[in-house]
Design a protein around this ligand. Structure first.
Ligand code: SAM
Length: 214
């Protein structure tokens, strides 16, 4: 039995490594697709506003953008909070190529963040955790690197809307309660709500935002 358990554990690890590499290669290629993976974002979009409003003044504060892609959120935040020190972290180097100073950039995985415990004052992840495969671990890592009292914002797609968009074979969307439970294991306060792109448009429920305090 012990032998079989070791064999299955090894197989799971190798499967994950192989899958992670496939995901990385897919995003290395996707970086050339500016239409679907844009390098800019309209700062009026609610996804940007909610991060700025949740974090408040960011002068001298260290902020993590986990799964930052081309860094479009980081640049939009920096334009309004030029004193922030925003670190973009992503799996794909071709995405990180767009993350230039004054943004900081690092290659790594959401499930093994290349930062010390409590390295950041706050952190956000927009449409990246859905690709993390081991979601529990991704959430635990995001929380680990934020200081006690720091805020965390996750914006991702709602599992209730699964099937409405084309998805990758590894992608997972989250239920409101499901992500709340994962965050609540590490955070003292968690809230969530549907979010739309524009302030004057009712959310259709496709996107959810979770806001947590470490
Ligand atoms: C849909 S894009 C979103 C990018 C960015 N957050 C944005 O909203 O513009 C997903 C990003 O997550 C990154 N990603 C996927 N799996 C990852 C992992 N395990 N660790 C770090 N980044 C990952 C991809 O390389 C890609 O840049």
């Amino acid at each position: 039995m012990a032998f079989l358990r070791r064999l299955f554990a090894k197989e799971r690890t190798e499967l994950t490594v192989e899958l992670r590499e496939r995901i990385r290669r897919s995003f290395e290629e996707a970086a050339a697709d500016e239409e679907h993976f844009p390098s800019t974002i309209d700062p009026r979009i609610q996804h940007v506003r909610v991060i700025l409003e949740t974090f408040g003044p960011l002068d001298g504060k260290r902020v993590l953008d986990a799964g930052c892609g081309k860094g479009r959120f980081g640049r939009a935040i920096l334009a309004e909070q030029p004193g922030a020190r925003i670190h973009g972290m992503d799996l794909a180097l071709a995405m990180l190529h767009h993350v230039q100073p004054p943004l900081f950039a690092a290659a790594g995985s959401l499930t093994a963040l290349p930062y010390k415990d409590g390295a950041f004052d706050c952190a956000y992840a927009t449409e990246s955790l859905e690709h993390a495969v081991d979601i529990d671990l991704g959430v635990a890592e995001l929380c680990r690197v934020v200081k006690p009292g720091g805020r965390i914002v996750i914006i991702d797609k709602n599992k209730d809307h699964w099937g409405k968009l084309e998805t990758s074979e590894w992608e997972r969307w989250f239920g409101r309660e499901e992500m709340t439970r994962m965050l609540a294991r590490h955070c003292r306060e968690v809230s969530s709500r549907p979010i739309s792109y524009w302030e004057d448009v009712e959310p259709d429920g496709m996107f959810l935002v979770w806001i947590a305090t470490r």
